[in-house]
Ligand binder design. Structure first.
Ligand code: GDP
Length: 535
């Protein structure tokens, strides 16, 4: 019973936006108003991540900052809310994708002047693929921005689902009067400044008379009523089930920096956003894999490593593995193991994330994120259990789109290089391929910046200076075969193209887009996977 009660009051969501839309500001206000932090400004350190360049210091800062604040927990209205940040830089999009596998909903922040911007679009795509419910917050209404109807139109187009306005703005910029809450039919009056608490904003019920409001807010008010009517007329009725199935998005307007319209979002996270859902896992029964549904309130503990992050301090080579709990309860001292290797985890190193601070975990349930320090042996996608025989899949790795060959400057540092590459590979910072035929290691990335980060980190953390040389490879495909025989034949046909990645999965390295097609024609029983899901 407690398990059910605890999981039902969990909300885990990711906050997604284009840089500068106001994600940091909104995050901070959510933490502030839930009581997780006491003073505004506490999240401001994250600012450094806004304009990631290929400047080393910037990367270092970004890394450190994202360790500190990538998971934040707050308690509001007796609900435990886990907020997961998503990396801002497009070169780390893979990372973001994995973060989105660990949440049950997403909060999309858009700048009312700019609408849906490039990076948000990419994130939306990922949410769409997973049918992740999305709550939309239209920010910066205190500025001269676009017409709200126009914004809704764009969001609908981009999301491919109808918008259902929950609040509606009265005016904007200099004439921003406030927001009408469609459910309560009351207008909350805007006041600039960041000292106001949400409860301090004046609230006027619409039934008190439109004339009075019109007098106070002028034509902005009548225009708002008109456009609100248009918007609600054009959108479907609010339907909670449709929202949960990612078939409609509730839309809120406000101004994060002015604390305005934020409480409505916080309440929506409690009232609308979903609690953890059941997940499918593979269990081995009589040596045969079988699919099994794992309910969040199941007694057995299980979770998935969706992120591995190096610590800032280069002298301590420990890393934090982030685990999203899928079922059961974690309590201190509990013995956990890595399903893949059977290796036990040291129970002393587990932490939870209460706002900015890392604190020792008291207890954690499905939906919560726990982190534990590791010195290796834990990979992205690993299933962690208290002994139950099950394995989650679904953490995706994309076939890299760019490659580089690693050349070590000082051959005496081979051991350091190998260790560094193994760990960075496990972390998902880069994909590492070891050619079966020997020779230099290959690095595969989705974004150019990944190469630079890895080169820099190999030097500073592992004392292994490398040169990255252009590689002839343009892509890779993970390989599976209908039979071991078939696989042997394939490997024999392309001995120089075979490589193993950090998880020891076999890959076929391509030099042109035609490679796969030709190889496929020759070997119809071989499957070429552009995406590897951890198994
Ligand atoms: P992030 O890059 O998405 O994390 O964006 P930030 O939260 O750092 O905000 C970017 C800039 O927009 C900062 O200068 C904020 O002060 C400003 N900002 C955030 N919210 C609002 C708002 O509601 N109104 C106005 N005028 N500015 C805002």
């Amino acid at each position: 019973m407690t398990y059910e009660k605890e999981t039902r009051r969990r909300r885990s969501f990711a906050i997604i936006s284009h840089p500068d839309a106001g994600k940091t500001t909104l995050t901070e206000k959510l933490l502030l108003f839930s009581g997780a932090i006491q003073i505004a400004g506490a999240v401001k350190g994250r600012k450094a991540s806004r304009h990631a360049t290929s400047d080393w210091m910037e990367i270092e800062k970004q890394r450190g900052i994202s360790v500190a604040s990538s998971v934040m927990q707050m308690v509001y209205r007796d609900h435990v809310i886990n907020l997961l940040d998503t990396p801002g830089h497009k070169d780390f999009s893979e990372d973001t994708y994995r973060v989105l596998t660990a949440v049950d909903s997403a909060l999309m922040v858009i700048d009312a002047a700019n609408g849906v911007e490039a990076q948000t679009r990419r994130l939306i795509e990922v949410c769409r693929q997973r049918d992740t419910p999305i709550i939309t917050f239209v920010n910066k209404m205190d500025r001269e921005v676009r017409d709200p109807l126009d914004i809704l139109d764009e969001v609908e187009r981009e999301l491919g689902m109808p918008c259902v306005p929950m609040t509606w703005p009265v005016g904007q910029g200099k004439r921003f009067g406030g927001i009408i809450n469609l459910r309560t039919q009351a207008m909350s009056v805007f006041e600039a400044g960041s000292e106001k608490r949400p409860q301090d904003f004046e609230s006027i019920p619409l039934k008190d008379g439109h004339a009075r409001l019109e007098q106070r807010f002028g034509s902005a008010f009548t225009e708002a009523l008109d456009s609100m009517e248009l918007a609600t007329g054009a959108s479907p009725e609010w339907n909670h089930a449709d929202f949960l199935a990612a078939r409609q998005t509730p839309v809120f307007f406000g101004s994060g920096v002015n604390n305005f319209g934020v409480m409505e979002v916080l309440d929506a996270l409690v009232d609308l956003a979903p609690a953890p859902k059941a997940r499918t896992s593979t269990v081995i029964v009589n040596r045969q894999p079988e699919q099994k549904t794992i309910e969040p309130a199941d007694k057995a503990f299980s979770g998935v490593v969706f992120k591995v992050q190096a610590n800032m301090d280069a002298n301590h080579r420990d890393r934090i593995a982030f685990v999203r709990i899928a079922s059961g309860k974690y309590s201190p001292g509990m013995k956990l193991k890595v399903q893949r290797s059977g290796k036990e985890l040291r129970p002393t190193s587990v932490v939870t994330f209460l706002s900015q601070r890392r604190e020792a975990v008291e207890e954690a349930y499905a939906g919560d994120i726990i982190g534990f320090t590791t010195h290796g042996g834990v990979q992205l996608g690993d299933t962690i259990t208290d002994g139950a025989n099950l394995q989650f899949t679904g953490l995706p790795f994309f076939a890299p789109e760019m490659f580089a060959t690693v050349v070590l400057k000082n051959p005496l540092r081979t051991k350091q290089l190998q260790q560094g590459l193994m760990q960075l590979g496990e972390e998902g910072a880069i994909q590492v391929f070891k050619p079966d035929a020997g020779g230099n290691m290959l690095l595969g990335a989705v974004g150019q910046l990944q190469f630079e980060v890895v080169q820099h980190r190999l030097k500073t953390e592992y004392d292994a200076e490398v040169r990255l040389e252009p590689s002839q490879y343009t892509s890779a495909r993970w390989i599976s075969a209908a039979s071991p025989d078939e696989l042997k034949k394939f490997e024999a046909a392309y001995p120089l193209r075979m490589a193993h990645d950090a998880a020891n999965a076999l890959a076929y390295m391509c030099t042109s887009p035609y490679d796969v097609r030709l190889a496929q024609e020759r070997f119809p029983k071989i499957t070429f996977h552009p995406l590897r899901e951890h198994a």
